[in-house]
Design a protein around this ligand. Structure first.
Ligand code: HQG
Length: 179
């Protein structure tokens, strides 16, 4: 597979594991896991291609591990819109985190704070460069907000860190944002 085939397959895998498993005849367990064997059959792909996407993925979106029954299983590490419990423990965030978005959303965010869209959490990046890449999905004019994460945590907001290093929180009230 070339790079664009890998990206296309990664998007199909995201759709199947995060958003519309039923379209592929899949029923992830409550933590979002699907047996690898079942997943390969449902997407009609071979193991080598799955491994290429999992290993080569720019953001390590997918996790493969051996489940309690000894069989391998796969899930997306974050970004679901289907109900899943990733089983993440709350974790102390660094002093600040970042959120990149499109300029047209910025004014509303300054007023109402950050809300999760269709996903389970607001997604925050550990560094400006990553936030800028996330925001660039919304167009050329990117705004990067600084989130005063340690202050939020002190005030009782729970933060989670996904297996691929994305910070997750229910919402960010406007008072903790600058930028
Ligand atoms: C915006 C991708 C107006 C928010 C990325 C964002 C990330 C508001 C959009 C991951 C708002 C939600 C998540 C408000 C939030 N007014 N707009 N009050 N509050 N928004 O896609 O953070 O490739 O659910 O700024 O790289 O963009 O899928 O979140 O633009 O890591 O692995 O509402 O998705 O990863 O959009 O991206 P999303 P996101 P993957």
């Amino acid at each position: 597979m070339n790079r664009s085939d890998l990206v296309r397959l990664s998007k199909r895998m995201s759709l199947a594991l995060r958003h519309q498993p039923e379209r592929f005849g899949l029923t992830p367990d409550r933590a979002g896991w699907v047996p690898v064997e079942v997943f390969l059959a449902a997407l009609r792909i071979g193991r080598a291609n799955l491994d290429a996407v999992v290993a080569g993925n720019d953001k390590q979106r997918f996790a493969v591990e051996r489940g309690p029954d000894g069989a391998e299983r796969i899930r997306a590490s974050q970004g679901h819109s289907i109900p899943v419990d990733l089983g993440l423990a709350p974790s102390s965030p660094p002093p600040v985190l970042y959120h990149g978005t499109g300029a047209e959303a910025a004014e509303s965010i300054r007023v109402t704070g950050l809300h999760r869209g269709g996903r389970h959490h607001v997604h925050l990046s550990p560094d400006v460069a990553t936030a800028r890449r996330v925001g660039a999905r919304r167009g050329a004019a990117v705004v990067v907000f600084t989130v005063h994460a340690a202050a939020m945590a002190r005030d009782g907001h729970l933060f989670y860190r996904s297996a691929n290093g994305v910070w997750l929180v229910d919402a960010v009230p406007a008072g903790y944002l600058s930028g």
